[in-house]
Design a binder for this molecule. Structure first.
Ligand SMILES: *Cc1c(COP(=O)(O)O)cnc(C)c1O
Length: 448
C-alpha cells in the first residue's frame, strides 16, 4: 500500500501542528496517520488513493455515512448560502430543540453548544450551580472530553489530574470509581454524600471498551443519586441517537437521568454539543438562571440544519434497522470467528457499535454453549460472564499492544479501517452494506 502522500503531508504537519494533528488521538496511528481525501458511503479514500471500509466514522458522528442523503445536503447548503451565522436566534434552533425534546423522554429543555467537551463542562457547572455542591463522581475510563473536571484519575482514596496543566484542586472535587461497582459508589456517597453534585456516566463505556452495564446498575445510580439529592447525568455524546434509536440509551435502559449531554450525531457531522434535561434544572442556565453559559457559535444554523435533517431522515427511513442489523451481523459473525480462532477474546457492543477486546482469559472452546451471541450484554448465564470486562481496569488487562501494533495494521493492509486503539468504539453507518460486513469479517478471520 503506497503512503507517500500521507507521509509527505504528515511531515509538513509536524512543522506547524503539535504532533502533526489537531486532536491527540489521531496521532495514535503509527508511524503516522493516513490523510483522508474524501469519504464515499461506508468508505474513505486516502491521499494516496487507498480505499478503506471505514468503521471509525468520524469517531461517532456520522450515523448516515459519508454520502449524506439529498434532503440533508440540501438543508446544509441552504443554511450555508444564507450566510453562515448571525449572533441572533434562528428558527432551526427551535426546530431541533423541539425534535430532541419530543424524542428523548428526560429532555424538557435543551441548550446547544459546540462540542461534547463544552457540553460536559456546562453540565458539570449546571449541576454544581443547581445543588450548591462541588464534587462529581465519574467512572474510571469514562471519557467526557478534554476538560479540567473530568481529566482525573485514581479513586476515592487518592486521585490526581490525568493531564499536565490541571491544578490538583480539580482532582479534589472529582471522584473516579469503577464502572459497574455499586459498593464503590456507596462508599463515595458515605464519605461525601452531602457534597456530591452529580454522578456523570456514559450509559455504556464507549471510549474504554465497549463495556455494557450489568443488569440494574443504572437503576441503582438513579436511586442513590435521588436519595442524596445529587443529579444523575448521562453522557450520551456517543450513545445519543445511536443506542436505543431516537430515544437514546436512556430509553434502552429505561432510566431517566436528570441531565443528558449530547454531541456527535446530533450535529449531523458538524461541531456540536448539547445539555438537556428537566426544565427546572436546565433553566439554571443564564439568562433564565444564574449559571453563566454562552457561545458565539452555539446553535450554529448550519449545524442545527445538519442535525435536524439527519435525525428527521433517521425517523422517516430504515436507518436504525439498517445500522443495527449490520451491527448484529458483525457481532454475531465475530462471535463465530472467535469461537474457532481466539476463544478468550470478547465481542462487545450493541446496536450499531462493535469491537473485539483481546481479553486474555475466557472459557475453553468446548464451553461456549449459551454465550452472548452478538456482543457482551453482561448476561450472568453466559459462560463468559466471569471473564468479560466489567470496568476499565478489566479492559486495560487485555492485549492492548497486540491489538494496536500487530492486529490494527494487518486489518488496514486489507483495506479495513478500525478505531486507532483497543479502547474506542467502532460504528456502523447507513452508508455501510452487507458486502462491507462480509469483507470485514473475512479480514478478521484472516488476521486473528
Ligand atoms: C467524544 C466524547 C466527548 C467529547 O466530545 P468532543 O466533541 O470531542 O468534545 C464527551 N463524552 C463522550 C462520551 C464522548 O464520546
Amino acid at each position: 500500500m503506497n503512503d507517500e502522500q500521507s507521509r509527505a503531508l504528515y511531515d509538513r504537519a509536524l512543522s506547524v501542528m503539535p504532533g502533526g494533528v489537531n486532536s491527540a488521538v489521531r496521532a495514535a496511528i503509527e508511524p503516522y496517520p493516513f490523510f483522508v481525501r474524501k469519504g464515499e458511503g461506508g468508505h474513505v479514500v486516502d491521499a494516496d488513493g487507498n480505499r478503506y471500509v471505514d468503521w471509525v466514522m468520524g469517531l461517532g458522528p456520522l450515523l448516515l455515512g459519508h454520502d449524506l442523503p439529498e434532503p440533508v445536503t440540501a438543508a446544509i447548503q441552504r443554511a450555508t448560502s444564507e450566510g453562515p451565522m448571525y449572533g441572533t436566534p434562528t428558527e432551526v434552533e427551535v426546530d431541533l430543540a423541539e425534535f430532541v425534546a419530543r424524542h428523548v423522554e428526560s429532555v424538557e429543555k435543551i441548550r446547544f453548544v459546540n462540542s461534547g467537551t463544552e457540553a460536559t463542562v456546562s453540565a458539570v457547572r449546571l449541576a454544581r450551580g443547581h445543588t450548591g455542591r462541588n464534587k462529581i463522581v465519574v467512572m474510571q475510563g469514562g471519557y467526557h472530553g478534554a476538560q479540567e473536571s473530568t481529566l482525573v484519575e485514581g479513586d476515592l482514596e487518592s486521585r490526581s489530574p490525568s493531564s499536565a496543566g490541571i491544578p490538583q484542586s480539580f482532582a479534589e472535587h472529582t471522584i473516579p470509581v469503577p464502572f459497574n461497582d455499586e459498593a464503590a459508589i456507596r462508599e463515595a456517597f458515605d464519605e461525601h454524600g452531602d457534597d456530591i453534585a452529580g454522578v456523570l456516566v456514559e450509559p455504556i463505556l464507549a471510549n474504554y471498551g465497549i463495556v455494557h452495564p450489568i443488569d440494574g446498575y443504572h437503576e441503582f445510580l438513579r436511586e442513590i443519586t435521588a436519595e442524596h439529592g445529587s443529579l444523575l447525568i448521562f453522557d450520551e455524546v456517543i450513545t445519543g441517537f445511536r443506542v436505543g434509536g431516537l430515544g437514546c440509551a436512556q430509553r434502552e435502559f429505561g432510566v431517566t437521568p436528570d441531565l443528558t449531554t449530547f454531541g456527535k450525531i446530533v450535529g449531523g457531522g458538524f461541531p456540536v454539543g448539547a445539555i438537556g434535561g428537566r426544565a427546572e434544572i436546565v433553566e439554571g442556565f443564564a439568562p433564565a438562571g444564574d449559571v453563566f453559559q454562552a457561545g458565539t457559535f452555539s446553535g450554529h444554523p448550519v449545524t442545527m440544519a445538519a442535525g435536524l435533517e439527519t435525525l428527521k431522515f433517521a425517523a422517516e427511513n430504515d436507518v436504525y434497522d439498517h445500522v443495527n442489523g449490520l451491527g448484529e451481523r458483525l457481532r454475531a459473525g465475530l462471535t463465530d470467528i472467535l469461537a474457532d480462532q481466539a476463544p478468550s477474546y470478547t465481542v462487545v457492543g450493541t446496536d450499531s457499535m462493535f469491537k473485539v477486546i483481546f481479553t486474555r482469559e475466557g472459557p475453553g472452546s468446548g464451553e461456549l454453549e449459551g454465550q452472548c451471541s452478538a456482543g457482551c450484554t453482561q448476561n450472568p448465564d453466559c459462560p463468559r460472564y466471569e471473564y468479560c470486562p466489567k470496568n476499565a481496569a478489566d479492559v486495560k488487562q487485555a492485549e492492548t499492544e497486540r491489538w494496536r501494533r500487530v492486529f490494527w495494521g494487518q486489518m488496514k493492509a486489507q483495506g479495513i479501517f478500525l478505531s486507532q486503539n483497543q479502547f474506542e468504539s467502532q460504528f456502523v453507518s447507513y452508508g455501510h452494506t452487507e458486502e462491507d460486513v462480509e469483507e470485514t469479517l473475512e479480514a478478521y478471520k484472516e488476521t486473528l
